[in-house]
Design a protein around this ligand. Structure first.
Ligand code: GLU
Length: 503
């Protein structure tokens, strides 16, 4: 691309606020954003709310918050405005009206109140009528239809190459309900032109709209933008991913709710239909901005692999500074009632995604330094932030509930458990508070464990006594975080319980 061409790059994402912002829309937004960044162009958000009955303010908010959370800043549109506004279609009806009148005046569109249909050779019902001839433009009732020329129409998709449609199979499409209510295809053509959009990058599900939009543009003497359709997102069975597919989270807000990190989601969706080649699969948004190129967009469907997302999330969790990770975990802990929180509950905090990473009141004054060592024990294995309460809840409990069978290491007799716990109690009571570290515990306890012959006989019950869980971090790490007082208290409680049970 020449420098001159680069300057003129203007792309848009044109969501309809008729439902929550889902992962496919996030991908469209990301690819437009990256394309604009790559060529120092402009990225525009246009709200396509021609369907007034289904469009809702809450869904527009979901678009705004999702883009914000994903870190996809835009140059014009939504609340930012800009030189080609308004950017909400419901506020642009005067503009569309001029174009509709132009099409009517030229005979490219006509009023129609009938429902006559014909069948195409492949048995599709399309609209064809003679309203235009009968009414000669005198009657202005019904809907406004485009007189679709019966021609072959081709365009060059920047990813898929030449695509040809037979427009005689389209029929005369409705382009507006009346002069004030245009439908999507017309409003889109007018806006892409008025907003000087150079490239339309959108999902493949819109590919059949493209020839229709090119025909409309032609009738209006408008030069259409260049088109690029992103491959469909498919599930593991290679079927088109449905927004209702239970195996994936469709909404961006679900990802946030489940505790996926922005970095992981951005990295993940970048690979839904794009691959830079080579082995590297970890990319930050900044790196993607440099690396992205439309030549590497794949033509065939993009498989949605949820394990890959978990892998990426785990990776970014491990890379994250502990303090930041702890802050992000706090709303989940507050939600589970493990830490105090602000008046607003944690799930609400998470819906307010813009605030999630902010320190503000997310922790409700909880000392990060207190929680961070607990989180640290699980940073290596954590896949999603939402897993954290279940992993560290035992640190917060006064009394742990566990089955006595859980205490028994294979081959150990019941009475051995109390003996071993007693032994432990004796030796660790002598450790100075200031010396209470996992290294010290290891140094003191391991010789005894080795002496017993089977280390599990002492390490297993100790771990269970401290965590109450079948699986957890190691006993010395847990004991270090719990502190001497609580560790001793938990061992004593266990011995008491066992004695009551008649061990
Ligand atoms: N409003 C359409 C949608 O939300 C997008 C149309 C387009 O990108 O041209 O799917």
């Amino acid at each position: 691309m020449t420098n001159e061409q680069k300057k003129e790059i203007r792309v848009r994402m044109a969501p309809s606020p008729t439902g929550p912002f889902h992962i496919g829309s996030a991908r469209t937004a990301l690819f437009n954003y990256l394309f604009a960044k790559k060529y120092q162009g402009k990225f525009i958000i246009r709200i396509e709310d021609t369907d007034q009955t289904r469009s809702k303010k809450e869904w527009e908010d979901s678009i705004k918050k999702s883009l914000n959370w994903l870190g996809l800043d835009y140059d014009e549109g939504l609340e930012k405005g800009g030189p080609y506004g308004p950017y909400r279609q419901s506020e642009r009806s005067e503009i569309y009206k001029k174009y509709i009148e132009k099409l009517l005046a030229k005979g490219n569109a006509y009023w129609c109140s009938c429902s006559q249909e014909v069948k195409t050779p492949n048995q599709v019902h399309i609209h064809k009528c003679d309203c235009a001839e009968n009414q000669k433009g005198q009657i202005r009732t019904g809907v406004i239809r485009f007189r679709t020329p019966e021609i072959e129409i081709s365009f060059n998709d920047l990813s898929k190459g030449k695509i040809t449609y037979d427009a005689s199979l389209f029929g005369d499409m409705v382009i507006a309900k009346n002069l004030d209510e245009p439908l999507y295809n017309l409003a889109c053509v007018v806006d892409d032109f008025e907003m000087q959009i150079s490239h339309v990058i959108r999902g493949e599900e819109h590919i059949s709209n493209t020839p229709r939009q090119i025909l409309l543009a032609g009738a209006l003497n408008i030069k259409p933008p260049q088109y690029l359709h992103l491959p469909l997102i498919l599930n593991q069975q290679r079927a088109k991913l449905s927004k209702r597919d239970p195996s994936i989270a469709a909404k961006v807000s679900d990802y946030i709710e489940q505790g996926y990190l922005q970095e992981a989601v951005v990295n993940f969706i970048a690979f839904l239909g794009w691959n830079p080649g080579g082995k590297e699969e970890i990319f930050s948004l900044k790196e993607l901005e440099k690396e992205f190129s439309i030549e590497k967009i794949q033509k065939s469907g993009a498989i949605f692999n949820a394990q890959k997302l978990d892998f990426l999330n785990g990776y970014f969790i491990r890379k994250m500074p502990l303090e930041k990770l702890t802050e992000l975990c706090l709303p989940y802990l507050a939600d589970a009632g493990l830490v105090g929180g602000p008046a607003r509950n944690a799930s609400q905090a998470r819906h307010n995604f813009a605030d999630v990473s902010g320190r503000s009141d997310a922790g409700g004054g909880v000392a990060i330094e207190k929680i961070a060592p607990m989180v640290a024990l699980y940073q290596e294995r954590l896949k999603k932030l939402s897993e954290i309460p279940e992993l560290i809840d035992f640190f917060f409990k006064e009394n742990l509930e566990y089955e006595k069978e859980l205490l028994i290491w294979k081959g150990a007799g019941d009475s051995e458990i109390i003996d071993n716990l007693d032994k432990l109690l004796n030796i660790i009571s002598n450790i100075e508070e200031s010396n209470w570290t996992k290294e010290k515990l290891n140094e003191i306890i391991m010789p005894i464990a080795n002496e017993i012959g089977d280390r599990g006989k002492i390490l297993w019950p100790l771990r269970v006594v401290l965590s109450g869980k079948k699986a957890s971090a190691g006993p010395f790490e847990i004991a270090e975080v719990l502190g001497k007082g609580k560790t001793i208290q938990r061992i004593k409680q266990a011995i008491e319980k066992l004695e009551k049970l008649g061990f």
